[in-house]
Design a protein around this ligand. Structure first.
Ligand code: NI
Length: 266
């Protein structure tokens, strides 16, 4: 496969994402129909701490387009670590946010399941992220076992290496350039927002406000049959300037912690 340009990659990633997240495609069209220009703030991924698919693989994958690590985060309760990448050549390009499960902090049973599944994976990281997402086999029983300990682990097992969410950069909207108005508009149009910790996470004080829809549900083929599980959600971010007048480009752990819950089963 010829090397993709970054634009081509984002187009592909959007296609992978909207296949499992129809609400994002619907909201995107609705905003366009209302005259808005939709700019992406960031694309987020979830993975496991494993050499085959861990954070280092993402860093290597995005480095060829000029991305570099600009932030590191820890989520104590959910037992995750995360990084965010920015493009050194063009700061207007979407940021990349990648989190990974700290597998070693979970039960032996879950660690063994993750190791079993990832060691079966014969595809290269590039093939996974660009084409297949996963070729590993997991049963619904194993999914549920993982879900009992970590909803995040279950999500990665079921969906593989694919974008978890895209994020509308609310600053660039004209009619709906604040989260109160945008959230109201989305609710008026029948979309359900994640209310964990309030609809709007963060504040002007932390220079970032975020909201998100609740995740869609899709059918996933497990090795013991097809089941409907949570897929992905669409996110909205409004950023504010610091005392030096620079728009904050990082992430706020406390807010992201609640956003992660957008894939929780209702
Ligand atoms: Ni996000």
């Amino acid at each position: 496969m010829a090397e993709l340009t970054l634009d081509q990659y984002f187009e592909l990633a959007w296609k992978q994402y909207t296949e499992t997240t129809p609400c994002a495609a619907n909201i995107h069209s609705l905003l366009i129909k209302n005259g808005e220009n939709v700019i992406n703030d960031h694309v987020a991924f979830r993975t496991f701490d494993h050499e085959k698919i861990g954070l280092n693989q993402f860093i290597k994958f995005f480095a060829k387009w000029g991305y570099e690590v600009r932030g590191e985060y820890t989520f104590e309760e959910k037992k995750l670590s995360a990084i965010h990448l920015e493009n050194k050549n063009d700061s207007s390009l979407p940021k990349i946010f990648v989190s990974q499960l700290k597998n070693h902090l979970f039960s032996n049973e879950l660690q063994q399941l993750i190791n079993k599944v990832i060691s079966q994976e014969s595809k290269s990281f590039d093939d996974l992220i660009l084409k297949d997402q996963k070729s590993w086999k997991v049963s619904y029983e194993e999914y549920e076992m993982a879900n009992h300990e970590s909803e995040y682990a279950a999500w990665v097992l079921a969906h593989g290496i694919r974008p978890n969410h895209f994020t509308v950069y609310v600053n660039e909207l004209t009619k709906y350039n604040n989260l109160n108005d945008l959230n109201q508009f989305l609710k008026n149009n029948g979309f359900t927002l994640n209310n964990s910790g309030g609809e709007i996470k963060g504040s002007v004080d932390v220079l970032l406000e975020q909201s998100s829809t609740m995740a869609d549900k899709i059918k996933v083929q497990f090795c013991d049959g097809e089941k409907e599980v949570s897929s992905c959600y669409y996110e909205f971010a409004k950023r504010y300037s610091d005392s030096k007048g620079n728009i904050f480009q990082g992430f706020v752990t406390k807010s992201a912690d609640k956003i992660f819950e957008s894939t929780y089963e209702k």
